[in-house]
Design a protein around this ligand. Sequence first.
Ligand code: GDP
Length: 459
Amino acid sequence: MYEDTIAAIATPLGEGGIGIVRVSGPEAVEIAKPIFRAKNKNWTAAGSHRLFYGHIVDRAGVVVDEALLSYMQAPHTYTREDVVEINCHGGIVPLRRVLELVLGCGARLAEPGEFSKRAFLNGRLDLAQAESVIDIIRARTDAGLKLAVSQLRGELSRHIFSLQHKLLGLLAQLEAVVDFPEEGLEESAAAEIMVMSKDLLSEIEKLIKGAETGKIYREGISTVIIGRPNVGKSSLLNAMLREDRAIVTEIPGTTRDMIEEIINIRGIPLKIIDTAGLRETEDEVEKIGVARTRDSIGRADLILLVLDAARGLTGGDRSILESIGEKKSIILLNKVDVAEIKIEQGEVESLAPGSPVLWISAKQETGLSELEDTIVDMVLGGRAPSSDTVLVASLRHKQALEKAASHLAEAINGIHGKLPLDMVSIDLRSAWESLGEITGSSSTEELLDRIFADFCIGK
Ligand code: GDP
């Protein structure tokens, strides 16, 4: 347990109905007492997990804001420490004033992620669970949220613990043989350990494979819509953004053209990049030219290339078709509704072999559900997870699994090459430790600092 008490504004800075200053640590109540003028004078004795009405006052007794204060006694709190949360009005000035008063009474300003770090270090959450908090906050679709919540509830951790448990079983068996070397026993034990190690390895490999899918749900797919001016790119974007399934967020601190638009395609977040480029006028686009298109192709995981079926292919179209190369791309022949079609599907297919070609009308919104099917197929490649699969979504977890897999493979090689079993046990132990990095049962201070630095202040 920590000796100091930390505090931070836990809600986003801006205008809101309420804003919360969170205080955690052994002095949480003592810090709140002088600045909270409660209607119930005996609030500290009234018991844990209650909400109290009152006013926040400064040292001179001047009322700063009206507030509700929640008091949660250790250990049944997020951090397992005493926690006080002051719900005041959600403006920048009241929140900052309240925070200043709390700091003036002896709290220290929390570092990013420090509340969650304490929750981990005090044993309330394991590391994978603590990390899921940030994924819940940043979830972009329901499917992404579901994945993060299942991680918070410990499903991934339980799976990892069970793998670690099996490894420990193997190690115990190995050590028994090493400690009591009897004729013949070593060989049969080695054969058994070999089989079990291979089983474990294949379980870990399955998790690694699933990580690709997990990452897609967690982070989304960077998508770019390209094509000549007037082919219908904006119309397509608008058609896809409709249906109440888009999140449009402004990325703070950037100019207006850094708007991130996310379209939810059956749980897969498509992050549409370069939307500013989409809305440029024809003149501007001509000026910037094909170079910019190439640049956005480079940054995207998925390309939607729109061609105008009413106008036929131009030289520029052909060069773009040829430049998409190995990238995942879908070619859309737009304006299928017009009277005269001037584009040949066969020619398009021969220029970009392997990319699906679909006929759509962005204006009449036809062909969009086939487009969705194709996106899902292309992105997940038949790996759509069933609801009970445990998915790994973070790169850090995937890397730890890869390390574990390589140690296991070493162990298997060792047995195969008839290395002494105590050497094999070193590899198995390393595999166990690599798995432990996921849940934090084996973690270093440096690793923790790196993970929690990614959190915002107040989490
Ligand atoms: P962008 O420059 O590629 O973004 O193209 P826009 O989306 O601005 O569309 C250019 C023009 O084509 C507009 O007049 C649209 O109404 C029209 N358009 C877009 N999609 C279709 C379609 O599916 N059918 C028809 N007939 N016109 C379309």
